[in-house]
Design a protein around this ligand. Structure first.
Ligand SMILES: Cc1cc2nc3c(=O)[nH]c(=O)nc-3n(C[C@H](O)[C@H](O)[C@H](O)COP(=O)(O)OP(=O)(O)OC[C@H]3O[C@@H](n4cnc5c(N)ncnc54)[C@H](O)[C@@H]3O)c2cc1C
Length: 312
């Protein structure tokens, strides 16, 4: 209930122009600015530096050039070019070869065929450079089309490609069974978006219960599963399921967000598990930042303190 209310609240304030202006002005200004807790920087160079530090702690990375809901083909083409440049910069810097992206950033809202073309351009460059590409999952109006594009590209031989399923959605358990059956790669998350009751579990307890069921199906029947959560209960459950089914720690990975539960990230590495940190960067950080606040309203206090500190 609280979870739903806080997601609704942050969804509403995410539309506030004043807040966006204030945040954009102060959020990333200095290394100590408040948005930097979750966002590695506005440039690829800053993100690559953050990635190097994460790798130095024994973890892998995936880089996300922030951007979504692009409204023109010109902007979608620009985002595609930017992603190719990020791949090249990562290769030059020698950081881990893994990126995450969103289809609406590549023009899905404008023209589906162009978005697929753009994705293929990135995939071609990624394949030559030995990258894995993950399509992030956006809110429920995009679930069907994202999974359809994923499966089509998979059938065309793009196997260095993965997708994300959200346990919040009723449909996800059957989507997982279908993807496991054709060999696809799934990152399992609870879901970051405010969704209508018609498509998603309204209660957090039900989202968690679905996550636990999907975890079992993913670890036992999945292919290079990515368990993306900061929830210690789910992490412990994953470890137990893997042990019980003799799934070695090299056969799956935990994923967490940059700046969230660094203690847990290190604990898992020490215990011999693979951990990948999702590193977001870029100028379009506001919607991503608001989703992180919505997950944990306690984060708002440090943002308000940050704004007051910077303006005062
Ligand atoms: C690598 C990765 C990729 C993701 N990709 C997607 C995606 O493509 N689509 C999508 O819808 N969602 C995505 N998410 C977000 C996900 O859906 C959840 O919204 C988010 O992970 C919070 O859920 P949780 O599993 O950590 O559990 P929760 O039950 O929400 O949280 C468990 C604990 O984690 C900590 N925590 C969680 N969030 C925060 C935070 N923001 N700040 C501080 N502490 C926090 C708290 O200690 C909390 O008690 C991704 C998450 C990760 C880790």
């Amino acid at each position: 209930m609280l979870d739903r209310a806080s997601k609704t609240f942050f969804h509403l304030i995410a539309q506030s122009r004043t807040l966006k202006k204030l945040s954009s002005r102060y959020g990333m200004r200095k290394p100590s600015s408040f948005a930097r807790r979750f966002i590695a920087g506005e440039t690829a160079a800053e993100a690559i530096e953050a990635a190097g530090a994460v790798e130095g702690r024994g973890m892998a990375v995936t880089m996300d050039l922030l951007g979504e809901s692009v409204t023109s083909l010109g902007k979608a083409d620009a985002a595609t070019g930017d992603y190719v440049a990020v791949i090249d910069a990562m290769v030059a810097a020698g950081v881990g070869r893994n990126i995450s992206l969103k289809l609406t950033q590549l023009g899905l809202d404008v023209d589906k065929a162009s978005a697929i073309d753009n994705l293929r351009k990135i995939l071609e460059r990624a394949e030559t450079a030995g990258f894995f590409v993950r399509i992030d999952m956006e809110n429920s109006p995009y679930t069907e089309v994202t999974l359809e594009i994923y499966e089509t590209l998979w059938r065309h031989g793009y196997h260095h490609l993965g997708v994300v399923l959200q346990s919040a959605l009723y449909r996800s358990e059957s989507d997982l069974a279908a993807i496991n059956a054709f060999g696809g790669h799934v990152r399992l998350v609870k879901g970051a978006y405010k969704e209508p009751k018609a498509v998603a579990h309204p209660k957090k307890a039900d989202v968690d219960a679905a996550y636990a069921r999907m975890l079992r199906a993913l670890i036992i029947n999945g292919h290079d599963p990515a368990i993306a959560t900061h929830d210690p209960v789910m992490i412990e459950l994953a470890r137990t399921i893997a042990r019980e089914h003799n799934v070695a720690p090299e056969r799956f990975e935990f994923q967490m967000l940059y700046g969230v539960r660094r203690d847990l990230q290190s604990m898992l590495v020490k215990a011999g598990y693979r951990v990948r940190v999702y590193i977001p960067f870029g100028r379009e950080w506001f919607p991503y930042f608001m989703r992180r606040l919505g997950e944990r309203p306690a984060n708002v206090t440090f943002v308000i303190r940050g704004i007051l500190g910077e303006t005062g």
